[in-house]
Ligand binder design. Structure first.
Ligand code: FE2
Length: 386
């Protein structure tokens, strides 16, 4: 069966690429962008650099800087109001996954009206809205190249997955220099998120030869450089590798989908406010152990791509190395269990059926090589609790 691939039209990748922003807008014929960012980026000097570059090109960009981590329907509504104030022709999203996901939500609602929940998977998004230029400042979500956005419904706390061409940025600027000041915890969490994207894209039932190459490349980059990027934040080769790995993993999972780890991770994030990469990390080793028997060769390939399998080692042994490597990575990067994170057992247990049904409803578990029942998902949540 043919694979349908979605990617941005333009990517500018490399140290210092931020300077290409005016030229990139000019290539696309865009003259009136609204910058979407958060208060941290606004105060970090990165927003000032972007607006100075645009000023230099004669573009006076307006700024919406009220985005929050784990973007909510309320923030999207405020952003859409802002878009109605002037005839903007584009959105320039600067920040981690949240400002980029917010810009996507704004573009979708501005063009289509209605509520964000009207467009949650598996619903279609009829119209493609304002073009988005995405400029990530973390190496993790891959949102700069994906056709997904994740928006939390303020009324229900559900983290909704919204997908389609309308959510894919038109262009992206991938400049690892913007990540040199990321603190350790953020580097670790976003790095494991991108490793999870690569592994899940590779083992997904929707993987294709196109996405396989991207996923294996990303796994190799991330596995070899994540510890250095955490321990030595100014290490440019490590930061560059992590950024490239995150974007490449984004291209892979945007077109192959994620699977059970992400499906189970979103409800943990939504109900207990665990950062996305961290809730993935809490789940990744156990979900890999659960899933591996159904796709031994694929998981063995992951071990080889990450450089943790020995030469000539069989698939069973390679998968055992993969599980050891994922557990060791969590230990080294001090990933807590849900219990150690402070999640109360009674509340966790009480929410298990809801979390399991939201996980299944997201569609991601259906892409897993081993598709769990609702009861099995609950068992897995119990196993990782700690
Ligand atoms: Fe993710």
């Amino acid at each position: 069966m043919a694979a349908l691939i979605t990617t941005p039209r333009l990517l500018s990748i490399g140290g210092g690429a931020l300077a290409e922003l005016p030229a990139l807008l000019a290539r696309l014929g865009l003259v009136r962008p609204l910058i979407v960012t958060d208060p941290f980026i606004a105060g970090s000097g990165i927003l000032d650099r972007a607006t100075a570059l645009l000023d230099g090109a004669g573009i006076k960009a307006a700024v919406f800087q009220d985005t929050v981590s784990d973007p909510t329907t309320d923030v999207i509504a405020a952003g859409v109001e802002r878009l109605r104030e002037a005839p903007y022709d584009s959105l320039v999203a600067i920040g981690g996954g949240s400002p980029i996901d917010t810009a996507k939500g704004m573009s979708v609602l501005h063009a289509n009206g209605g509520q964000m929940r009207d467009y949650k998977v598996p619903n279609d998004i009829p119209r493609i809205g304002l073009p988005i230029i995405a400029i990530p400042t973390t190496a993790g979500t891959g949102s700069e190249v994906t056709r997904f956005t994740v928006i939390t419904d303020t009324e229900t706390d559900e983290k909704m997955l919204v997908a389609g061409l309308a959510c894919c940025p038109t262009a992206s600027i991938v400049d690892f220099e913007l990540t040199l000041t990321m603190p350790l915890r953020l580097t670790a969490d976003t790095g494991i998120d991108s490793l999870t994207h690569a592994i899940e894209a590779y083992v997904s039932k929707r993987a294709s030869p196109y996405t396989d190459g991207l996923a294996k490349n990303a796994m190799g980059l991330i596995a070899r450089h994540i510890r250095t990027a955490c321990a030595d934040p100014q290490n440019r080769p490590a930061r560059e590798a992590m950024m490239l790995g995150a974007t490449t993993a984004g291209m892979a999972f945007s077109n192959a989908s994620v699977a059970l780890v992400h499906g189970m991770s979103r409800p943990i994030g939504a109900f207990f406010h665990v950062p996305h990469g961290l809730s993935n990390a809490m789940l990744l080793p156990e979900i890999t152990a659960f899933s591996a028997p159904a796709a031994l060769e694929r998981y063995a390939d992951c071990a080889r791509a990450m450089g943790v399998a020995q030469d000539g080692e069989g698939s069973q042994a390679a998968v055992a190395r993969l599980l050891d490597a994922l557990r060791a990575l969590n230990d080294d990067l001090k990933v807590p269990s849900p219990k150690a994170y402070g999640i109360k057992k009674d509340r966790y247990d009480e929410l298990l059926p809801t979390m399991a049904s939201q996980a299944i409803a997201s569609g991601s578990p259906a892409n897993n090589p081993r598709v769990p029942s609702s009861e099995e998902i609950i068992e897995l949540y119990q196993r990782v609790y700690g």
